[in-house]
Design a protein around this ligand. Sequence first.
Ligand code: EPU
Length: 431
Amino acid sequence: MDRLLVTGGARLAGTVRVSGAKNAALKHMAAALLAPGRSVVRNVPRILDCTLMGRVLEHLGVPVTWEGDAVSIDATTLTSTEAPYELVRQMRASIVVLGPLLARAGRARVALPGGDEIGSRPIDLHVHGLAKLGARIRTEHGFVVAEAPDGLRGAVITLDYPSVGATENLMMAAVAARGTTVIDNAAREPEIADVADLLVAMGARVAGAGTSTIEIDGVGVDAFHPVEHATMPDRIESGTWAAAAVATRGDITIAGARADHLDLLLGKLADAGATVDRTEDGVRVRQAERPTAVDFVTLPYPGLATDFQPILMAALAVARGTSIATENVFESRFLYVDELRRMGADIRTEGHHAVIRGVERLSAAPVRALDIRAGAAMVIAALTADGRTSIADVHHLDRGYEDLERKLTTLGAEVRRDGEPVVVPDPAAAR
Ligand code: EPU
């Protein structure tokens, strides 16, 4: 069985150390394909998605070894240029091997990811951009096949929408092209700048990553050397702990969190009544009273991340007053709301808006984790509920949160997996 049992009522308190950013580490691992030799990515979270990315790389003939939080990727030779459906199906982010694989090998065949519980996940922007770089692209038998036998050439690409994955795929391809590429209306998420930092350390020339115009001076496919790079802290995990502090009226110090990546979220939590302090090495979030309602709107960075939407909703489900949430990034990211309703939340959705009437207390119920962040929302809701909530499909949480039960337990939550008690760790060793 695949369940997390969470008993509500505890006010979470203490220090938790945030892990490396899933959504940067996955791309760092893919970028390692560009350089023959052994690259090492540090601060990689030990989560299912990173394991799956390792499997994708191994399928390409690239050995991947783990030592603590360091992943060593030996891309000396590639023996395949295909990412199979079986792996892509389990993790859509596998699509980011398309750009570096095409750049390095002149050919890539990657299974089409398909949709999921948060929306249809098209890759048209990835494909159009790579075609602008000179790749010949077709889809056949459920795969996207890209070829550039004579290499890629620089181009001006204006994205219709600042897609994170498309920006990264194009950046990882364009670094190896001949000539200059400009990506306009690029995604500005902090992870993009972190991926660019690794590429630059590898020998690429990239300017403007983290802004909406990225300029890449292509250095050709033979210019890359292996690197060592440490992944940035996970801002979504940081925000999850911040919201958990607010929902449970707790006091959590999030060690390693970058407050500058969390401006809007922390502002919303302060509006809900939280006291937010920057510490030497992170952020401390305290909530004395029941949170008050706040409205929020998700947007590409620097807007409020869509990944925070379920997490904030769970906290606002027990707020005083009525909040309005607007989801602008993924078309069906409210599906999990039915699960919150099963716990007594008073939430109505209409298109991409949700109206959340805060209730005094949620009530424990059997629920499901529909995706990573919906799963985190269920955990937060369960922490505020009376009784023990059973969260099924917890593998979604394992995809994105490292050591979740141990971290929760360290903060005073009562959590068990499949009825087995979690070993309480030495707080001094807590990360
Ligand atoms: N889109 C298109 N065409 C494309 C690409 C995207 O229409 O070719 C649309 C999508 O359908 C969606 C929107 O653009 O409506 C945003 O998608 P984007 O490409 O920016 O997202 P992504 O790269 O697929 C990453 C994160 C997500 C996060 C989003 C938005 C990774 C592995 N995933 O996805 O993280 O929600 O950016 O910030 O980096 C998570 O961690 O739980 C998660 C879902």
